[in-house]
Design a protein. Structure first.
Length: 138
């Protein structure tokens, strides 16, 4: 598939996401800044239409979490037990450590966001179950 002809995200498509096993659909990762360079990991993540990551939690004993800056297309973000929220260019989401959530593209749109892994102590990601089609907003 020539995805570049179909969608060109602001920060580039990158490569096939090495964490793809935790996604429904195809996603792409473009590492913009590595944590060992400045203590802050920043990546552009691009989702094909309908692609979303599994439910997951960013853990930390202090600090941590994730910040999403939406740059292209239309997508969704949802915290466990809450309604999904639509994301579009300019949307910003702060996800505190310990919050179960998922994010991804709308069914009819490519979507990209820049993801910042917030600095913290004893940080880790826990990947959980997929977001079922019945729970995914149209």
């Amino acid at each position: 598939m020539d995805y570049a002809a179909e969608f060109e995200p602001m920060f580039g498509m990158g490569v096939s996401n090495p964490y793809g096993e935790f996604f429904i659909g195809e996603s792409y990762l473009n590492g913009l800044l590595l944590a060992d360079e400045c203590g802050l990991a920043i990546s552009n993540v691009t989702f094909e239409p309908g692609c979303r990551n599994n439910w997951h939690i960013h853990h930390a004993s202090k600090g941590g979490g994730q910040i999403l800056l939406c740059t292209d297309g239309r997508g969704w973000y949802q915290e466990w037990g809450k309604e999904p929220q639509e994301l579009k260019p300019g949307s910003v989401v702060y996800i505190p450590a310990g919050v179960k959530h998922w994010h991804g593209a709308a069914a009819d749109s490519w979507f990209s966001h820049v993801a910042f892994e917030a600095p913290g102590e004893e940080t880790s990601n826990e990947w959980l179950e997929p977001v079922e089609d019945a729970d995914y907003p149209a």
